[in-house]
Design a protein around this ligand. Sequence first.
Ligand SMILES: Cc1cc2nc3c(=O)[nH]c(=O)nc-3n(C[C@H](O)[C@H](O)[C@H](O)COP(=O)(O)OP(=O)(O)OC[C@H]3O[C@@H](n4cnc5c(N)ncnc54)[C@H](O)[C@@H]3O)c2cc1C
Length: 310
Amino acid sequence: MAPSEHHQPTYDAVVIGGGPAGLQTALTLGRMRRHTLLLDSGSYRNERAGHIHNFAGFEGTPPEEYRAAARRDLAAYSTVETRTATASSVKPDGDLFVVEVDGAPVHARRVVLATGLRDRLPEHPGLAELWGTVAAQCAYCHGHEYAGAPVAVLGSSANLPLMLASIADRVTLLADGVDLDPDSARIVEAAGIEVRTERVEGFERTGSGCRVTLADGPAEEVAGVFIGTTGEQAAPFAEQLELELNPSGGIRVDPMGRTSLPGVYAAGDSAHASAFPLPPAAVLTAAAAGLVAATGVIADLLSVDHGVDP
Ligand SMILES: Cc1cc2nc3c(=O)[nH]c(=O)nc-3n(C[C@H](O)[C@H](O)[C@H](O)COP(=O)(O)OP(=O)(O)OC[C@H]3O[C@@H](n4cnc5c(N)ncnc54)[C@H](O)[C@@H]3O)c2cc1C
């Protein structure tokens, strides 16, 4: 690590985020013996979930165990430093970047944003308390756990109920007072999905899942609830750096994880290529994006230091 004119070490890269994307980015950079600082403020998108699913080799692993194993892996790489700390700003500074960490500046040649998304839940009483256990957002991650059981989907799109229809015993679409467009209504009804149009009043945990109370008619007793959440950036850096975003709000990256600002990379749930409508939000894809962003950083540094094509 070179001393900078600021009399502090300059890292090859600061990776902001210690979820799957940031952990893998740091591992790949560490394996190339690049001086890397990984910052982790300790707040993860799946922190309320009991287990990771849909990741061969880690099926059923608690998320905190996965992260702890990755941290242990990183400890073997002497050029990687990990800190439990919060970054508050990222600013370009000549050829470098200055990252403000717990009130002190850190200098780096490259920055990787792996800060993730946070889910904004509909404000129904009782729903937040069920989040990550009985309520979730992803059929691939949690649908199979409800095989043969009744589930509800809160929303007005046909996709999530149709995905769950091949898994669950019964799917009820809770439209919550919103009129489904005629095509969606026809498609879900043809698939045997019941639509409840009444407003949803609240959710209450039961021994076998939850009870959904509606403004009219009987309550729904289901084993699980799925919600198409809207995600927002967990960190302010895309806005601070005026990075280009996709219509989804995800940071726009090219296939190597480069953002619209040279030297700043992004990986994981917070970012996606414009070819996708949304980030392919899963642990495995976040980790894969972290690996790719790290290779982008390496190619970039080789180009600057040795003049080879990136
Ligand atoms: C309820 C639920 C269950 C899920 N279950 C599954 C599942 O079973 N299987 C699956 O594949 N996917 C699952 N997911 C999706 C999965 O959690 C995400 O795709 C994955 O966590 C994305 O990884 P990431 O590294 O991009 O972000 P995250 O895991 O959210 O990590 C973000 C990191 O950035 C850090 N950070 C943010 N801001 C700052 C800052 N200012 N300074 C320092 N650090 C900062 C955070 O502390 C954290 O370390 C689930 C999601 C939810 C909501």
